[in-house]
Design a protein around this ligand. Structure first.
Ligand SMILES: *[C@@H]1O[C@H](CO)[C@@H](O)[C@H](O)[C@H]1NC(C)=O
Ligand SMILES: *[C@@H]1O[C@H](CO)[C@@H](O)[C@H](O)[C@H]1NC(C)=O
Ligand SMILES: *[C@@H]1O[C@H](CO)[C@@H](O)[C@H](O)[C@H]1NC(C)=O
Ligand SMILES: *[C@@H]1O[C@H](CO)[C@@H](O)[C@H](O)[C@H]1NC(C)=O
Ligand SMILES: *[C@@H]1O[C@H](CO)[C@@H](O)[C@H](O)[C@H]1NC(C)=O
Ligand SMILES: *[C@@H]1O[C@H](CO)[C@@H](O)[C@H](O)[C@H]1NC(C)=O
Length: 382
């Protein structure tokens, strides 16, 4: 007896070790356990919601699996947090939307997979999320040439609102009704190893969209859609965009900021190592006159553009910038031959050379005005 229980205890200890050094136990839930059919036709919405509820209330870390080789048709849903423990959605099969906009009758037309208030959710698995946006696009006034046409809101395909510690990695998002992956009022977010695909003429099908979010890493993605590969509005800060293949599409954009006289503060955004191919724009910063706030500490580095129509920088103000520059050229505004930078404003700038001495400013095809003291003297043409 004593020997037996000692052996059992040893076996349990070994199992724990094998399962990751005493890590927490996990539960694996499959949509099929909740009665999902997965034939691409049946309504698997309730099964999906039930699996979410079970996983979210589980006292152990849960993995909700969407099995490979199957397609689950899901009507608009809200998945709400907070959950008891961290959660994983392992999407290896496909989640598909109803094709007809009529299915949204009586529902919020801006939502399909809407995830609210989660903390610690990862989405992965190599599968596909398909917004089936074709009928939505065809009805829009952008594409439909004969009346009546639709100019109202369309569902954001996957929308996280009020989230923390969310990662979406290694899945395909395709044919979004509108933006593919949106984060609103989120922090500590990762969007990596994604394929985001929609036709070049599909309207407003941005790849990854950020609104009022911070500490975001968007890396290692291939994004080919009908609008911006990556866009951000509102109060976004500490955003790193790196190693992105973008195009066709509109490029990477910050803004529009300050629309309708709002205050938008975009800060500390670094975009580097992006290959933009066949995009209508390169990197853009768009702001509105009359708006307040700022776009500051934005860095764009190592951007390679192929067959990109223009780089547009417009209505950007650089205000209250002071400090020292490591290089003699403290201000460099180099714009495109085809679309020069316009309506720039330098206001209260005082940049000197690190270690002392005068700095210089360089402008190419950039026009605008200055206000207050500007050191080194502005090079903007009128
Ligand atoms: C599919 O199931 C969900 C959840 O039960 C329900 O809200 C929706 O109306 C169903 N769709 C159809 C077309 O029956
Ligand atoms: C950003 O989010 C706010 C709500 O927090 C919303 O009112 C606004 O329309 C959003 N902006 C965009 C461009 O989606
Ligand atoms: C940005 O922050 C300002 C000031 O806190 C606020 O007035 C504004 O509504 C915010 N904008 C967005 C889009 O969240
Ligand atoms: C901006 O304000 C105008 C009226 O002042 C309104 O019609 C429009 O919907 C507003 N746009 C946004 C994006 O809030
Ligand atoms: C870019 O456009 C050219 C000509 O319009 C086309 O041949 C090429 O396949 C496109 N490349 C991509 C990656 O879409
Ligand atoms: C700019 O900064 C330097 C060093 O801090 C200072 O000496 C100088 O007076 C400043 N110039 C203006 C116009 O503020």
């Amino acid at each position: 007896m004593a020997v037996c229980s000692a052996l059992a205890a040893l076996a349990a200890a070994l199992l724990l070790l094998l399962c990751g050094g005493g890590a927490e136990a996990r539960v694996l839930l499959s949509l099929d356990d909740f009665g999902a059919v997965g034939d691409g036709i049946a309504n698997d919405t309730q099964a999906f919601l039930d699996a979410w509820t079970a996983a979210c209330s589980s006292g152990e870390q849960a993995v909700v699996a969407v099995p490979a080789g199957k397609a689950y048709r899901i009507w608009p849903v809200q998945l709400s947090g907070p959950c008891k423990k961290k959660l994983k959605l392992l999407i290896s099969g496909a989640i598909v939307a109803p094709a007809s906009p009529d299915e949204w009758a009586g529902r919020d037309p801006m939502k399909w997979l809407y995830i609210y208030g989660v903390d610690g959710l990862s989405v992965s698995g190599g599968g596909t999320i398909d917004g089936m946006g074709q009928q939505w696009w065809a009805s829009t006034c952008k594409l439909k040439k004969t009346p009546p046409c639709y100019s109202g809101p369309r569902p954001k395909t996957v929308h996280f609102e009020e989230c923390r510690g969310v990662s979406v990695q290694g899945v395909t998002l395709q044919n979004g009704q509108q933006f593919h992956l949106t984060f609103t009022r989120c922090s500590d977010v990762k969007a990596s190893f994604l394929r985001v695909m929609a036709p070049a003429d599909s309207p407003n099908t941005d790849g990854v969209h950020l609104n009022d979010s911070s500490h975001v890493r968007i890396t290692d993605n291939l994004i080919s859609t009908g609008d911006d590969c990556i866009s951000m509005v509102g109060n976004c800060s500490d955003v790193r965009v790196k190693d992105i293949s973008c195009g066709p599409g509109h490029g990477i954009s910050i803004g529009s900021l300050g629309k309708n006289r709002t205050t938008d503060m975009v800060e500390n955004v670094r975009v580097d190592t992006c290959l933009l191919t066949n995009t209508t724009n390169g990197v853009r910063i768009k702001t509105w006159q009359g708006g307040m706030g700022f776009a500051r500490d934005l860095r764009f580095e190592s951007i390679l553009m192929k067959n990109t129509q223009a780089v547009e920088v417009r209505k950007v103000g650089f205000t209250d910038i002071r400090g020292t520059s490591a290089t003699a050229q403290a201000i460099s505004i180099a714009c495109s031959d085809t679309v020069p930078c316009r309506e720039l404003e330098l206001k209260n700038v005082n940049l000197t050379r690190e270690g002392g001495g005068q700095a210089t400013a360089f402008c190419y095809r950039a026009s605008g005005k200055t206000a207050g003291a500007v050191v080194p003297p502005s090079c903007l043409s009128k």
